[in-house]
Write a protein that binds this ligand. Sequence first.
Ligand SMILES: [Zn+2]
Ligand SMILES: [Zn+2]
Length: 183
Amino acid sequence: MTSTIYLGFLNGYSPSWAEDLAPRVSQAFSLPTQPIDLELDLDLYYAPERRQYHATLIIARLLRYLPELDSKIVGITSLDLFIPVLTFVFGQSQLDGAAALVSTHRLHSEFYGLPADIDLLFERTVKEVVHELGHAFGLVHCPDYLCVMKASTYVEDVDIKKASLCSECQATLIDRSGKPSHR
Ligand SMILES: [Zn+2]
Ligand SMILES: [Zn+2]
C-alpha cells in the first residue's frame, strides 16, 4: 500500500497555484501528500537538437529522491519534455512504478498563442498529475473520454476530460491498493 505522495516542483519552479495542487491530488487518490525539494542538474537531460528535456531520464533520477519505498514521487516542471518516440509529452511515468513527471510547458494557453489563463493552466496541471500518478498506481489508458486516464494527444483532449477517475478506474485503483497482492 502506498503511504504518501510526494509532490516536488523542480528547481524552485513556483507557480501561483502551487499550494492548491496538493489537496486535489490527495483527494483523487485518498492519500496524504507531502512537498519535497527537488534540485536536479537538468542540463544532463537536455537534448539540444530538440531543445527539450528527456522525460524518462529525469524520472530515473527522481527515483533516487524517493523518501520511502512504498511512496510515490511526482516532479512538476515548466520545461518542455520528450521521449524519443514522441514529439513531446505532457508528462511521463513508470507504469506501476514510483515516479512520475509532468510539464506545464504545453499546458499554458500562451503556448498556443492565446491569453494567459491561470485557472485553466491549474486545471490542466491537476489532470496531468492525476493521470501520470494513475499510471504509477498501475492504471492503463481508459476509453471513457471524461475519465482522467483517457490518453491526451493534444491540449484539447486534456480540456475535455475531468480531473477524476471514472468508476471503473476507481474500482481498479481500490482493488490494486486496498489489499496486499500475493501474485
Ligand atoms: Zn497516459
Ligand atoms: Zn477510466
